[in-house]
Design a protein around this ligand. Structure first.
Ligand code: GRF
Length: 184
């Protein structure tokens, strides 16, 4: 089973997915919307094909996603895993990959959707936060929840220290959920 990862930034989740020893699918391509993003180097050095597109070079989101879709189809991609992809998925990809697009988010949704979920949690003073893996729909971090793992916010946590622990959880949980989904 072939799958694609979509990412815009650092790519620590990308690394966790491709580094998982018994991953139930093969990551055949990285789709990146940010030329120069560190995740691109990670894919190249792992020998994974990369498609880097600047969405601004397209007249519409539909054209941008149609280009991606052709590429995914050519590569027989069946699943899409978002890993820090900082863009809403549009109707073109949603229709083509119904219930096959998954995302990881660094909070216990529906709390703290969108950007800066970790600093939002710190600001709000919550004592528990966590990680959510969910199906992607047209909204921002709104799709049906597949799995969650909670984590305590410590008295002296900063955004940086909390982020480390949240990402450790993500790196373990996301590949685990991917395996469960792909194996049905
Ligand atoms: C992750 O924390 C993910 O939950 C969020 O964006 C971050 C991406 O980090 N959607 P990385 O690029 O995988 O290191």
């Amino acid at each position: 089973v072939k799958a694609a990862v979509f990412a815009s930034g650092t790519g620590s989740n990308f690394d966790a997915i491709i580094g998982r020893s018994n991953l139930a699918c093969e990551i055949v391509v990285l789709i990146c919307d940010k030329p120069g993003a560190p995740v691109i180097e990670k894919a190249i050095s792992s020998g994974i094909q990369t498609l880097v597109l600047n969405p601004k070079a397209f007249v519409s989101k539909q054209e941008y996603e149609t280009k991606i879709l052709h590429f995914l189809r050519k590569m027989d991609v069946e699943w899409i895993f978002l890993a820090g992809y900082m863009r809403l998925i549009g109707p073109t990809l949603l229709a083509a990959y119904e219930d096959r697009i998954i995302n990881t988010h660094p909070s216990l949704l529906p709390a703290f959707p969108g950007k800066d979920a970790i600093s939002q949690a710190i600001q709000a003073g919550v004592k528990v936060t966590g990680v959510t893996i969910h199906f992607v729909d047209e909204g921002m971090d709104t799709g049906p929840i597949i799995a969650q793992r909670a984590l305590e916010v410590l008295e002296d946590d900063t955004e940086a220290t909390l982020k480390v622990r949240i990402q450790d959880v993500e790196h373990e949980l996301y590949p685990e959920v991917i395996n469960r989904l792909v194996r049905g």
